[in-house]
Write a protein that binds this ligand. Structure first.
Ligand code: ATP
Ligand code: MG
Ligand code: FE
Length: 339
C-alpha cells in the first residue's frame, strides 16, 4: 500500500510517503531554531510552526515521491505520545486529508513507529525482536513479537530519558540544543575513560534505566572545576558521560536478548543516531552472536516516514482504520500501537 504519514509529536513537522517497505519521500520542517534560545521545546511555538509547515511539507513529500493525492491508499498520523497541542495539529490535518480524499485513517503510536521505520532500510522485522527505544522522552526495552499488533514493555527509565540526559549535560557544557549531536561530536576528541561517571542500575537485574544520577554527577563535576578556577575539559566530560550512557544501554539490551532467547536487536529513537552507541552495540552484538539493526541516523530522529512505515504495516496486517473522531493522546502507552 502507498501510505502518507504525518508526524507532529514534538518540533519536527514530518511527512513521509512509503510503498510497503519502500521509502519514497521523507520531508521535514523543523522549528528547532525557534526553541534553541529557550533551551527546550516551547509547546505553543511548536504547534504554531506545525500549522504553518503542514501544507507545504505534505506537498513537498508528494512531489518528492512523484505521486499525487489520488495515488495514496491510506493516511497515517502520530496520535501520541507527545506534546498535546503539537499532536492535535497533525491529527486534525490527517483527518482533513482522509475525509477529503475518502481514504482510511490510521492513528499510530510514535514509539512503535520508531521501531517500524527500520523496515524501510533493512526489510521485514524479525519476529520477535528486542527493541531498545532511546529518544528525547523515552528509554525503554521492548519485546516486539509483531510491531503492528503486539509490543510489550520489559523495562524503561525510572527518571530521565537518555536523550533528555544528553540535552541536559549539553546545557551544563554550554553546547547547543538539542544536545545529543553536540555531545556526540565533542566526544570524538575526548577520552571516554577520563572520568568515571556513575552507571545507574548497572547490575540491578532489572530492565530499567536511570540517568538522573549521572546527569547530576556530571553537573557537580563541572561545577567543582569551575569553582576551582580550572578549565573544563569539555571533550573528556562529553566522552566520559556518553560512555556511561551507552555502556548501560547496550549492556541491558544484550541481557534482554540473552534472557529472552531473542537473536535480533533493533535500536531506534533519536539517541540511536549516536555514533558511539552504534559502535558499541555493534561490538557487543557481534561478541554475543546477536544480529543488530539500527536505521540510518536520519530515520532515527523524528520523521514522517516512520509513521507511514507503521501505517503500511497496519494496512498489510488488515488492522481496522481509526475513527474520524480519533483523539490525540499525549500519554499514549507503547502497548497501544493504533487507536
Ligand atoms: P520521543 O520519541 O520520546 O517522543 P522525541 O520525539 O522528542 O522523543 P526524538 O526525535 O526521537 O525525540 O529524539 C530526540 C533526542 O535524540 C534528543 O534528546 C536528542 O538530543 C537526541 N539525539 C539526537 N541525535 C543524537 C546523537 N547523535 N547522540 C545522542 N543523542 C542524540
Ligand atoms: Mg526534535
Ligand atoms: Fe521521537
Amino acid at each position: 500500500p502507498l501510505v502518507l504519514g504525518i508526524e507532529t509529536s514534538c518540533d519536527e513537522t514530518g511527512v513521509g510517503v512509503v510503498q510497503g517497505h519502500t521509502l519514497l519521500a521523507n520531508s521535514i520542517a523543523s522549528s528547532v531554531e525557534e526553541h534553541a534560545r529557550f533551551g527546550g521545546v516551547v509547546p505553543e511555538v511548536a504547534s504554531r510552526a506545525h500549522l504553518q509547515a503542514m501544507t507545504p511539507t505534505v506537498e513537498r513529500a508528494l512531489a518528492d515521491a512523484g505521486v499525487t493525492f489520488n495515488d495514496i491508499d491510506a493516511i497515517a498520523v502520530t496520535a501520541g505520545p507527545g506534546l498535546a497541542g503539537a499532536l492535535m495539529v497533525g491529527v486534525a490535518a490527517a483527518k482533513a486529508y482522509a475525509l477529503a480524499l475518502g481514504k482510511p485513517l490510521y492513528g499510530v503510536n510514535h514509539l512503535a513507529a520508531h521501531v517500524a521505520v527500520d523496515q524501510l532500510e533493512h526489510g521485514p522485522l524479525p519476529r520477535p525482536c528486542v527493541a531498545l527505544l532511546v529518544s528525547g522522552g523515552h528509554s525503554s526495552l521492548l519485546l516486539v513479537p509483531d510491531v503492528a499488533t503486539d509490543v510489550r514493555p520489559l523495562g524503561s527509565t525510572v527518571d530521565d530519558a537518555a536523550g533528555e540526559a544528553f540535552d541536559k549535560v549539553a546545557r551544563v557544557l554550554d553546547l547547543g540544543f538539542p544536545g545529543g549531536p553536540y555531545i556526540d561530536r565533542a566526544a570524538r576528541e575526548g577520552d571516554p575513560a577520563a572520568i568515571g561517571f556513575p552507571r545507574g542500575k548497572y547490575d540491578d537485574g532489572t530492565y530499567d534505566f536511570s540517568f538522573s544520577g549521572l546527569k547530576t554527577a556530571v553537573a557537580r563535576w563541572v561545577e567543582a572545576r569551575e569553582r576551582a578556577g580550572e578549565p573544563v575539559p569539555v571533550a573528556d566530560v562529553a566522552a566520559s558521560f556518553q560512555e556511561a550512557v551507552v555502556d548501560v544501554l547496550t549492556r541491558k539490551a544484550l541481557a534482554v536478548c540473552r534472557e529472552q532467547g531473542v537473536e535480533d536487536l533493533l535500536i531506534g529513537g533519536g539517541v540511536a543516531a549516536n555514533s558511539r552507541l552504534r559502535a558499541l552495540a555493534r561490538e557487543r552484538c557481534e561478541a554475543a552472536g546477536v544480529r543488530l539493526r539500527v536505521p540510518r541516523p536520519g530515520l532515527c530522529t523524528d520523521n514522517g516516514a516512520m509513521v507511514a512505515a507503521l501505517g503500511a504495516e497496519l494496512v498489510a496486517a488488515g488492522a481496522d482504520p481509526s475513527a474520524l473522531d480519533l483523539p490525540a493522546d499525549s500519554s499514549l502507552p507503547v502497548t497501544t500501537v493504533t487507536l
